[in-house]
Write a protein of this length. Sequence first.
Length: 205
Amino acid sequence: MDYSSKILENAVQEVALLPGIGKRTALRLVLHLLNQPTERTTNLASALVDLKMKIKHCKKCHNISDQTVCEICKDSRRDHSIVCIVEDVRDVMAIESTQQFSGVYHVLGGKINPMEGIGPGDLTIDSLVEKLNSGEVKELIFALSSTMEGDTTNYYIYKQIKNTHLKVSTIARGIAVGDELEYADQISLGRSILHRVPFENSLKN
C-alpha cells in the first residue's frame, strides 16, 4: 500500500500491531482520528500514555488499579475470607457484572501452558499460597476457564494447598467446557458462582 505521508504510514503501522486489526482497518482508524478535532485525538493519546505509565497492580490481588490497593480489596463490605481465583482482569469484570459475588479476587495473570512456555513461576501462585497460609481465607473458588490449561492450573494450585483446612470449590459447569469466562453471559456466569461445587467433585468428572 502506498502512503502519501510517512507520518501517516507510521501511524498505520503502529495501530496495525494491535490484536485483530489489519492494515486496512488501521488505515480507516487513523484517517478517522485525523479528521477529528485536535483535542479529541490528544485526549486519546494522553489516556494511552496514562494507561501505560500510571496503571498499577494491586499488591493484594494483582488486579489492575490506579492505587497500590484496588477498590475491591479496600471495600470493608466484601467478605475477605472468600477468594475467587481468576486468570486476568477481564474475568474480574465479567464476574463483577453479575453482582452475585461479594468476596475478593486473586488474579493469576494467565494459566499454566507449557506449549507457550508459561509455568507456575510465571503466575502469581506463590503470593496466593502465602495469602492462604495467613489464616484469613476460609474458602477458595476456582473460576478459571474450563479449558485444558484452566483445569491444569486449578489442579496445580489444589495440590499446593491440599493439606490446608480451606473449603475449595469451583464454579458450576453452567459455562460450557472450552469456553473463556469473559465471553459467558451474565446470567450463566452468575448462576455458576452461586451454585459452585466442591473442587473434589470436579476431579471425578
